[in-house]
Design a protein around this ligand. Sequence first.
Ligand code: GLN
Length: 495
Amino acid sequence: MEIYDLTAHELSRLLKAREISAAELTEAVLERVDEVEPAVRAYVTVTREEALAAARRVDEARARGEDLGPLAGIPMAVKDNMCTRTVRTTCSSRILENFIPPYDATVVERLAAAGTVMIGKTNLDEFAMGSSTENSAFFTTRNPWDLERVPGGSSGGSAAAVAAGEAVFSLGSDTGGSIRQPASLCSVVGLKPTYGRVSRFGLVAFASSLDQIGPLTKDVTDCALVMNVISGWDKMDSTSAPVEVPDFTQFLGREVRGLKIGLPREFFAEGIDREVKEIILTAVRVLEGLGAVVEETSLPHSDYSLPVYYILAPAEASSNLARFDGVRYGLRVDAPDLISMYGQTRSRGFGAEVRRRIIIGTYALSSGYYDAYYKKAQQVRTLIKQDFDRAFEKYDVLITPTSPTPAFKIGEKADNPIQMYLSDICTIPVNLAGIPGLSIPCGFTAEGLPVGMQLLGKPFAEGTLLQVAYAYEQSTDHHKKRPPLAGAAGGERHA
Ligand code: GLN
């Protein structure tokens, strides 16, 4: 394996033992970026100089004998919808193409305080609306496992960067699946924490009742390490929860014997690719072999998740995106009067999918339709949440596929919004209920495309998800596979 193939906890050991310096490690990852980025295109902005300076500071601190945490000196990437002071934050949109925020997002601040080294900002579907990164106003990121295919989205750049060895870990945001679905398509671990677990201060809002920030990592241990740094109450985010944060690594290695796992039948029904389903069921048998008790169960209102989401998310987005009006942020298209300045700025600054959502959301919230759409959707959302409450009276964890299909071809769904929306059929109910969801690599199709398994838990039970995911990971070797990218001498080619 090459240096850029290693996990954060492996590299942490090398850094502590001074077998490698943070500056050398950062150079190695930047070299990897130079090597594969022309093919993968995970980054909107690479912060080479800042990264090397940050790495040198970590080396100096270590030389002074300072006590550094496990992530000190680890190169990572941040989705380009999280604010970074002095580094432009574009949301992969023309309207913010040159926007440099005056402050850091809380997660960025916490990761910097932990000594991590930011390599750059990753590509996404514009304002996190999409499932493939094809909605980026700049370019489409490619799946490192098959460059003709999408990496998933909207955190496609973050997932591809980790899978391709262009970052050791990354941050994504997840409103309806945007961490878990790309994690699944790129064979990395992705966790959407419980609503309120991680501060969203400095995350450019898409749908505020659904958005969460979380890690994309090479394995479960790294996921726990990143969660330890980014979790916890923040006075800058009134929706962050004052709930105690455990040391998430303490859940790793606990056995799963006797744990109750439910398989909601609605998530294994029509519309789920047959191969995906078989791979998930094989993975479930591994957990059964470790002593977990597995049963079929039901989440009867699941079918309503997609329609409910596509009322609520656009409604919230239409309101959140009203601030981009050419006055305070980013792009302004000059026009003879104020109203046409708004209109021209927004029609030129926003892409087609963003405009579609603003129109749908504005319609759903308009006075004559509010009760019929928005209010009704909120009521059904409660029913969806109650399904989960009931299931968790009986089960510790629920398991489903993360994505109904493996990575699809670039262009395959680009002209069909409904087909694209269906990519999140398994992940959206989880945001509606506010519970944590983790996607873990669990195999490959005959074509060599990654498949992810989704683990769902009770609110604030991320620890249980990490426990089950780790037990699974220890019994399998999917997480050790690396994509056969050109120049990847250390990449283990998957048969
Ligand atoms: N694909 C979903 C959407 O387009 C979810 C996106 C997300 O989680 N940010 O809204």
